[in-house]
Design a protein around this ligand. Structure first.
Ligand code: ATP
Ligand code: MG
Length: 325
């Protein structure tokens, strides 16, 4: 294995206990207070993981997240994040072969108590929000102005939180409003029994909403200057109980094509669906070959390469750096 290896699975259990394995990332416990996040080259589309990976994807995504963790605190004053460093733990650093594979795709983060909500912000109307609007004139239960067109920029970004689903099930929309029985309850698209405030308390729900909107707006402007539209994104937050009062911290990956919709500003056109910079080629190929949603599909090399190009493009535009290979 070398730095060019396409990594689709990891086994570092000889060194650290494995905490979790998501669709794309593997998480190990380094100490009671520190986790190691490793981004593999796995890729998911239409909710299933393909059996072949995308060359360079894990490194690009890790470095993109690290870039945001570096710039966001200056764009959003007061923001705290879980980022510790990109250093490899010494057990991996000391082993040349492992160091080659894991360097650049690994991130050390502080282990914190994650709030059980997906903090989604939408700046443009697309995807499930567009589908809901067409059916009922609402997004996430909130009435929107008439005459919005597909992919149109919203006057104000909106916060549309959902629950964090157990592995294998679907996230459910929840109401951002406090209390039950408000004007939003029972509206299409919302689980009418749950609100963000009920799940995590009004205080934290408002802090998370406020932070999410501020981060999104800052990142949207930053990306737009670099030719990328961030149409929507998902954040996760956690509670740091070592401060007094406990503080809300930005965790997980941030503002990558895996957690967001990135569009090419040059190709953007209101009134139709947009190609996403990263996965569109793959999604189209899956659809064309009637493989949409099929488990364990193997992509031809050409499809993997074309998809890799989308990730590189997004990375290079955002960070202004050519990817080190
Ligand atoms: P998916 O592939 O759908 O994202 P997943 O969320 O289970 O699945 P990952 O995102 O790879 O998989 O897993 C990362 C897990 O680590 C998530 O459950 C996330 O909430 C959690 N997490 C993120 N940051 C921290 C942190 N600082 N401390 C503790 N847990 C964290
Ligand atoms: Mg996740």
């Amino acid at each position: 294995m070398s730095a060019d290896t396409i990594l689709t699975s990891t086994d570092l259990t000889a060194f650290f206990p494995r905490l979790a394995s998501g669709k794309v990332r593997d998480v190990y416990t380094l100490s009671p207070s520190t986790l190691l996040f490793i981004a593999t080259d796995r890729i998911s589309a239409y909710d299933v993981v393909l059996s072949t990976g995308i060359p360079g994807k894990g490194r690009l995504l890790t470095q993109m997240s690290a870039h945001w963790f570096a710039v966001l605190p200056s764009l959003v004053p007061g923001l705290r994040t879980h980022f510790v460093s990109m250093a490899l733990p010494s057990a991996l650093e000391e082993n040349t072969e492992l160091a080659d594979v894991y360097r650049g795709r690994s991130m050390q983060v502080r282990r914190l108590k994650v709030f059980p909500i997906e903090s989604i912000v939408r700046g443009y109307i697309t995807g499930s929000a567009w589908a809901e609007y067409r059916r009922s004139g609402t997004v996430h239960g909130g009435r929107m102005r008439e005459g919005l067109r597909e992919s149109e920029m919203l006057e104000e970004p909106i916060w549309t939180p959902s629950t964090k689903a157990e592995a294998g099930s679907k996230d459910e929309n929840i109401s951002p409003e406090k209390g039950k029985g408000n004007a939003l309850a029972g509206t299409e698209g919302l689980a009418d029994s749950t609100t963000a405030a009920e799940l995590i308390g009004q205080n934290y729900a408002s802090q998370i909403r406020d932070l999410s909107l501020r981060i999104y707006s800052a990142a949207r402007d930053y990306a737009l200057e670099r030719g990328i539209i961030i149409a929507d994104t998902k954040f996760e937050f956690a509670l740091d109980e070592s401060t007094s009062p406990p503080s809300v911290v930005l965790v997980d990956e941030v503002l990558t094509p895996d957690s967001s919709r990135f569009w090419d500003k040059e190709k953007y056109e209101v009134g139709r669906p947009q190609e996403s910079l990263d996965k569109q080629y793959l999604r189209d190929w899956l659809t064309k070959n009637k493989l949409k949603g099929v488990d364990g599909v193997e992509m031809p090399r050409e499809v993997a390469e074309r998809t890799a190009r989308g990730y590189r493009e997004a990375y290079e535009r955002l960070t202004g750096e050519l990817q080190q290979r």
